[in-house]
Design a protein around this ligand. Sequence first.
Ligand SMILES: NC(=O)c1ccc[n+]([C@@H]2O[C@H](COP(=O)([O-])OP(=O)(O)OC[C@H]3O[C@@H](n4cnc5c(N)ncnc54)[C@H](O)[C@@H]3O)[C@@H](O)[C@H]2O)c1
Length: 357
Amino acid sequence: MVSLGRGNQVSFRAVLAGCGAMSKGWLKAIAETPALRDRITIVGLNDINPDAAHRLAAEFGLGKAAVESDLKALLTGTKPDLLFDVVVPGARHDVVATALEHGCHVLSEKPMAASLDDARRLVALAARAGRTHAVVQNRRYIAGVRRIRRLIDSGALGELTALHADFFIGAHFGGFRDVMQNVLLLDMAIHTFDAARFMAGRDALAVYCHETNPRGSWYAHGAAANAIFELADDITFTYRGSWAAEGAQTSWESAWRIIGTRGTLLWDGAERFEAHVVDGDDGFHRPLAPIEVPPPADPAQTHGHASVIAEFIGAIETGRRPETAGSDNIKSLAMVFAAIESARTRTRQPIAPEDRQ
Ligand SMILES: NC(=O)c1ccc[n+]([C@@H]2O[C@H](COP(=O)([O-])OP(=O)(O)OC[C@H]3O[C@@H](n4cnc5c(N)ncnc54)[C@H](O)[C@@H]3O)[C@@H](O)[C@H]2O)c1
């Protein structure tokens, strides 16, 4: 059970499963954030490759953590409150289901499942177990995305009509991504789709998508995709992306053009914002005036993984649903799988209503 630690704050015992590249990002975020470091104890490390777990324990000074490649044995032995799931997507369903069955609250890396059916099963399982199940969508926990959401909410651009995102990066990872199907849509575009849903405050209704593995691609499948989404309230969201585009790289957050009835916002995905709205009723091109993009409403929500982990434990503590709960995140995952299906069938694909509730 969770216990009261320093200052009567709840403290948590956690097992981390999947000790590869990304797990270091999690442990670094916890170590560098006092509010997390003081409250989370890693009591176990799990990986089908025990060497990876031992290396991680040594690198992060986790000598007291149990290392065990059998997840059930580790959960039975350590009885943690939390399971941090950083395994490869194909292993996710079984790891999360096992942890929920052992009474853990689970925070998973994206994508929340390797199929929509798996995702639905995990949402149902978490509900039955009465445990919090949330997903790391760290790229919505950054200042730029929060600022845009706030600008849209303020109405300064008028009514939102369209969001357009460009993502072009020549990324040579090696590892599981090189052999994955639909690699860009499933492993990366989920971030951009989720950010669009968050910025717009609207869910997706349908998509048309053209997916390719461009000539010269070093991936096995689906390194590029062009998708047009219909969001609620007649809002259009377009995505053009490639992980096999050398040169003229965009930000990992994508380069955005966001259009409202009164004006347009450009964001380069880093520090540069440019927003203008109409300032007069005459002329072929109406006169424009610059507007400020407000700062994030809560600076604590701008630290990527650290913010997601803080949101997760805060939600458990207070009994509320975390922002990226599986039951909400499945709507972003549904965008991905509808895009994949659209590309496969070359048809407009409705996004299943049960994934939009
Ligand atoms: N949020 C982000 O920005 C971000 C960035 C990179 C990766 N990721 C996600 O993190 C996850 C892991 O990616 P990575 O880059 O660390 O991959 P990785 O291949 O470096 O590490 C994955 C680890 O999981 C282990 N593993 C595989 N099956 C397992 C199982 N059944 N039980 C326990 N361990 C198992 C592997 O042995 C490996 O050590 C993926 O879902 C990926 O999409 C997220």
